[in-house]
Design a protein around this ligand. Sequence first.
Ligand code: GDP
Length: 358
Amino acid sequence: MESARETGQFELWLAAWVGALLDEMSVSNNSGTPGAKRSTALTVDDYVAGVLAGDRGILSRAITLIESQAPRHEEQAQEMLQRLLPRTGGAKRIGITGVPGVGKSTFIETFGCRLVERGHRTAVLTIDPSSIRSGGSILGDKTRMEKLSREPHAFIRPSPAGGAPGGVARRTRETMLVCEAAGFDTIIVESVGVGQGEVALRSMVDFYLLLQLPGAGDELQGIKKGIVELVDMVLINKAEGENRLRAELARAEQEAALHYTNAATPEWRTEVALCSALTGEGIDHAWERIEHFYASLQLKGVIAERRRQQTLDWLDEVLRDELRKRMLSDPRLPALQQAVLSGQMTVAAAARKFFEPL
Ligand code: GDP
């Protein structure tokens, strides 16, 4: 049994990997990008021109550049982002979370296809700090959202494996910016890992959606109470057929619980609604709510303020990481640690000494 499941997983992984590779190699012919080259190293000019022309092959490679941890690539990636920056910010940024099995990828498949039908260009990204542990199982996403991945106006990018959790969030944020510069007007970011990812996701999206199962108590949902306070809408999924009644009960329970929590977004009431990702029921309603969210809150400046705060928080996070890295590699640190351990110095005095000018 076990080995059959492993083989299945491997096939999924292989199919997704081949798909991603093909995407990266396919430099589309009609993009008219002058510098487009097949599989050879691209210059920053090539990346910028390709991304702005909406060339999927180059977009894929630009994201690979962002994901690379090689210092040379990091430098190139930053230069590219700097140049793309004026063309970013134009998309609706939507986050989706929920326990594994709740139906996130089924939902995104149905929801994404509807958006494409309505003329939207939709990118789907995943944030998955746990992929460090699971080693890329999420690559299966590409096959999970089979129909959507075949849509020319949709772009699905599985989460990269590896790196520190902070790095995963940074890369997702930067990938989102590149997708915006490539002309995607709706970006869906799915939190796959349970835990850090779902909180990190709040810090990079405008609208945050939580999918829940019908009829299960909080414990079964595996969801910490806190997450409900972070989201802008709760959707009880799988609310069709004989699940319907249980879904109604779950909605009533959830609504009552929300009564006592603070709203995640000023001037917005978190709604609990039902849907079925399988039949498509309730999916249009979710999109209407999202459109209403933007229409009403953009006017009030709430979304701009959220993004401004997210950018400042991001800078703060990067500065903290950098400071920490520098402090830990400071040659004066071991002597101060020793002094604290031997009781020669208090912790506060050692910290003060550390920051004294040399
Ligand atoms: P994820 O782990 O959250 O991405 O969940 P999946 O999208 O992989 O769905 C998990 C299982 O639930 C799959 O077998 C889906 O077919 C099923 N599923 C998803 N949405 C629905 C729904 O609306 N109704 C029913 N009955 N099953 C669903």
